[in-house]
Write a new protein. Structure first.
Length: 115
């Protein structure tokens, strides 16, 4: 059974940091590019970052470049998103998935950025 389980969200002050995790099961994780997405209230879901199967290639949405880092541990079937220097506009529910062939979405991780 394919499952994506996001965790690590929370409330953080502007300028703070969070590390999100996405634990994957039900498919060969190491064979797939993985992405993080986010969806703010009233907005479309948007791509934040992606990472190639080996982790050798990453790419980011312009607004998070230099602040967010995507990584993966293929031995743990987990993809991470380190978020630094968080801004109020980063507040959203964050999800992971396979960009080329998406599977059922997980519940997401709520990130709130507020003083």
């Amino acid at each position: 059974q394919v499952q994506l389980v996001e965790s690590g969200g929370g409330l953080v002050q502007p300028g703070g940091s969070l590390r999100l995790s996405c634990a994957v099961s039900g498919f060969t994780f190491s064979s797939y590019t993985m992405s993080w997405y986010r969806q703010a209230p009233g907005k479309e879901r948007e791509l934040v970052a992606f990472i190639s199967p080996t982790g050798g290639t990453t790419n980011y949405q312009e607004s998070v470049k230099g602040r967010f880092t995507i990584s993966r541990d293929n031995a743990k079937n987990t993809v991470y998103l380190q978020m630094n220097s968080l801004k109020p506009e980063d507040a959203a529910v964050y999800y992971c998935n396979r960009p080329a062939s998406p599977v059922k979405w997980g519940q997401g991780a709520q990130v709130t950025v507020s003083s």
